[in-house]
Design a protein around this ligand. Structure first.
Ligand SMILES: C[S@@+](CC[C@H](N)C(=O)[O-])C[C@H]1O[C@@H](n2cnc3c(N)ncnc32)[C@H](O)[C@@H]1O
Length: 279
């Protein structure tokens, strides 16, 4: 079957009509723990217990996830306003929060098109908040797994034109992809499918910033949560950009990526972030 035939045969995402699908609230999930740290309401006792266990090991986690969210907004602003990007593939979207990708992009370019992807049922349950596109632009939500990137590319092609540049956003996702799933092959497979002028923006939890605290935080999280966290070093994360042109200031703590104020720059985080262009 040709990719076109497969695409023609793919179904639109079925969002829940009213009730969210059932999900297991007895075990912590990254989307809900992240929501807890961001001060959201879409979390349960198990998520808060895992979140608190991490806070006890690394109290900076709350500031870190907020600095990461600010990084996301600055990256989207840069890509839209300065790099001229009009298409985004945001994988590992998380529960809608402030400054979702389409809101930031469409505030600058109302015609921007954004496809969100997450595999957590609770994110699917809240996906309608991600679909309030400007009339000129478009948004879609795919309930799909990053590791199955062929499906993501096929289904995203309903909304994105893959003959034109696309920015792939992997913001705070890759620490949830363990080595046996070969995240390097997935990232390079995704980027290989995109035309020149496309971008890769990513942030990932560090193993070499506040190393002792982060190792303890990972240990505690992994005991309590469904997914296993794999923190990575600067060198390990830089490898995701192989074959791409890393933009200044390079792979840096997220708060140091083109901060817009002294306050932003002064935040602390244990996450590396960067943006690269496919030549
Ligand atoms: C820490 S949250 C980050 C949310 C958002 N990108 C941000 O930075 O604020 C990670 C998200 O990745 C999603 N995720 C984890 N593994 C995934 C996978 N294999 N495929 C798709 N999404 C995944 C989780 O469900 C969660 O919503």
């Amino acid at each position: 079957m040709s990719p076109e035939d497969e695409l023609a045969g793919s179904q639109s995402t079925d969002l829940p009509a009213s009730e969210p699908p059932g999900f297991d609230t007895s075990v912590a999930h990254s989307a809900r723990v992240h929501d807890y740290w961001l001060g959201g309401k879409e979390n349960y006792a198990a998520d808060r217990a895992a979140g608190d266990a991490v806070i006890a090991a690394y109290p900076g986690i709350v500031m870190s996830v907020r600095a990461n969210r600010a990084f996301l907004a600055r990256v989207v602003r840069f890509l839209t306003a300065e790099a001229g990007i009009r298409q985004f593939l945001d994988i590992g979207t998380g529960i809608p929060s402030a400054n979702n990708t389409h809101e930031v992009a469409q505030a600058i370019a109302p015609g921007a098109r954004v496809v969100y992807v997450d595999h957590d049922p609770i994110v699917l349950a809240h996906a309608r908040a991600l679909l309030n596109s400007s009339p000129e632009g478009a948004t879609d939500y795919l309930d799909a797994d990053f590791r199955d990137f062929g499906t993501i590319l096929r289904q995203a092609a309903r909304t994105l034109d893959f003959t034109r540049p696309v920015a792939v956003m992997l913001i705070a996702l890759l620490h949830l992809i363990v080595d046996r799933d070969d995240p390097y092959a997935i990232v390079s497979g995704l980027m290989a499918a995109l035309p020149a002028g496309s971008y890769l923006a990513l942030s990932q939890v560090a193993s070499d910033i506040e190393a002792e605290q982060m190792a303890e935080a990972a240990k505690r999280y992994n005991r309590l949560a469904r997914e296993t966290q794999r923190h990575r070093s600067h060198a390990e994360i830089a490898r995701f950009f192989t074959g791409l042109e890393l933009l200044p200031p390079g792979l840096v703590p997220v708060q140091q990526w083109r901060p817009q104020s002294e306050l932003e720059a002064k935040a602390k985080s244990a996450m590396w972030g960067g943006v690269a262009r496919k030549a």
